[in-house]
Design a protein around this ligand. Sequence first.
Ligand code: SAH
Length: 229
Amino acid sequence: MRWRQYKIARERMVREHVYNRGVRDPRVLEAMLRVPRHLFIGRDAGIEAYADHSYPIGFQQTMSQPYMVAYLTEELRLSGEETVLEIGTGSGYHTAVLAALSKTVATVERVPELAERAQTVLRDLLFSNVEVKTDDGWKGWPEKGPFDRVLLTAAAQQVPRTLLSQLSDAGFLLGPVIRADGKQEIVRLIRRGGKVEIERLIECSFVPLIRTVGRAGRSKRRETGVSRS
Ligand code: SAH
């Protein structure tokens, strides 16, 4: 009987927090109706996992709010053929939604326990087109690239150039950056040959992308100053 309560909770989540707020891509709605969000929390969150807010997953991290997962996924414009790199696996919930809508997903998480837990849940749910690794996402995952899409799920002061260099031509990176005024906004950075075009989307609030490489010396040359412009 319980699976039915979760199904009802998913339908309500998608109707009230996703569709009614303007995300209408049927493929995104379908994926979010299917992926059992409550399984990605790591303890029994019950129906609360489907509420209209982000959810703590330990290690001072959160699983993103359903609307934000839906919004970003719709903005990724996935047809099913894309190679995707996600930086910040977290719970693995968004990873699962991406995996349902693209060809392959490579996802990088700096907290080993989160990466392992996400990998286990994704395996149990039989997602065979996902690879998870524990590492610093600032480096991307060059061996798996180039990527048609790169998704940041944590907010960066500046977007690492390394990630842009792993995009295929006309591919784009999507994610939150921290502006000079301290507020965050979602940006889309589209690679066109040697150039990068910027589109600014909505304001948002994400946990920070922790920076552990490129701190010293060379770091300025390895970043784009998106958040400062
Ligand atoms: N979409 C995820 C969001 C998780 S929050 C979900 O819905 O569950 C962002 C995640 O980014 C956290 O798990 C955090 O540990 C991770 N993170 C932060 N900085 C990182 C970095 N430099 N490299 C890889 N992962 C990072």
